[in-house]
Design a protein around this ligand. Structure first.
Ligand code: SAM
Length: 277
């Protein structure tokens, strides 16, 4: 195995999801860079690996700048270095980006040992379109920032994927009800764990469910693209009414704007309705 830096994915809930390559690298690495030594030593113990003979280096969001170079120096001086985050794929809403960037700049061997990633697992479970998706990481916690973050992606023609926490879910769904009116949302919770659940519906339906059944655990929230195919509310009646009171062009613009839909798709529906009126 070559000296250098190995970005090693670890399970997001089910220990059985560790890969054979991850085990090999974790066994052979002299240096383990991680976010939290307690979490990573527990992982070693669950995997039946010894951690006594390893040098541990802690790299988290707050010290990545200084620590990344130290880790690169350890690799350059002839070590196999594994970087693991607390769970899932490093760098994906986890530290490691600066480390990878410096490796590229300094021509240090860097490779990935792929595995679980909650964003991808959530997308697979959601039943939403997978041909185009946009991963937008964590949704901010403050009301104004949360709204702005969601608004920013409203018109993106792709499934949106966010990381969310259980205690913030209802606030986010409330903001989403207005911003993504009529679109299908999907909440994937506790993926690969005992109480794995994936629930889809409009924001209003999900608010009703999670008010009655307060969510627990880790969550991926997804939003269907602004396309008539994935739209849950039938806007045709509203469009027909708008066409009676305004020009076809204005009616299409108003309805597409209200629901964040693709104008061409609404236009096609308007043409069909025009023939029926
Ligand atoms: N790097 C990780 C990955 O590849 O998935 C993500 C790390 S990020 C700090 C943690 C967030 O990922 C959680 O707050 C949650 O939104 C999501 N997440 C992680 N594990 C999950 C799981 N088992 N089920 C649902 N979401 C999960």
């Amino acid at each position: 195995m070559k000296n250098g830096i190995y970005l090693v994915a670890t399970p997001i809930g089910n220990i059985g999801d560790i890969t054979l390559r991850a085990l090999e690298v974790l066994k052979n690495a002299a240096v383990i860079a991680c976010e939290d030594t307690r979490v990573t030593k527990k992982l070693f113990s669950l995997l039946g690996l010894s951690s006594h003979d390893k040098t541990f280096v802690v790299m988290h969001d707050h010290n990545e700048g200084e620590t990344a170079q130290k880790i690169i120096d350890l690799a350059s001086s002839g070590n196999i270095v594994a970087y693991v985050s607390d769970a899932g794929s490093p760098l994906i809403s986890d530290p490691g980006y600066k480390l990878a960037h410096l490796c590229r700049e300094q021509n240090v061997y860097l490779t990935t040992i792929p595995g679980s990633c909650a964003a991808i697992c959530g997308l697979q479970l959601s039943g939403l379109p997978t041909d185009k998706f946009l991963f937008a990481g964590f949704i901010p916690n403050k009301d104004k920032a949360r709204r702005e973050a969601l608004e920013k992606y409203k018109d993106v023609a792709a499934t949106l994927i966010f990381y969310e926490t259980a205690n913030r879910l209802l606030k986010t769904l409330t903001a989403a009800e207005e911003i993504f009116a009529g679109r299908e949302l999907s909440v994937a919770r506790e993926i690969t764990k005992l109480y794995e659940e994936c629930r889809s519906g409009t924001a209003a339906q999900l608010i009703e469910y999670y008010t009655a059944n307060p969510p627990k655990g880790e969550i991926v929230l997804m939003v269907a693209p602004p396309s008539a195919d994935t739209f849950l509310v039938d806007y045709r009646e509203e469009l027909a009414a708008a066409m009676r009171n305004a020009s076809l062009k204005t009616a299409v613009k108003d309805i597409a704007g209200k629901y964040g839909l693709n104008k061409n798709e609404v236009y096609q529906t308007a043409l069909e309705l025009k023939n029926e009126l």
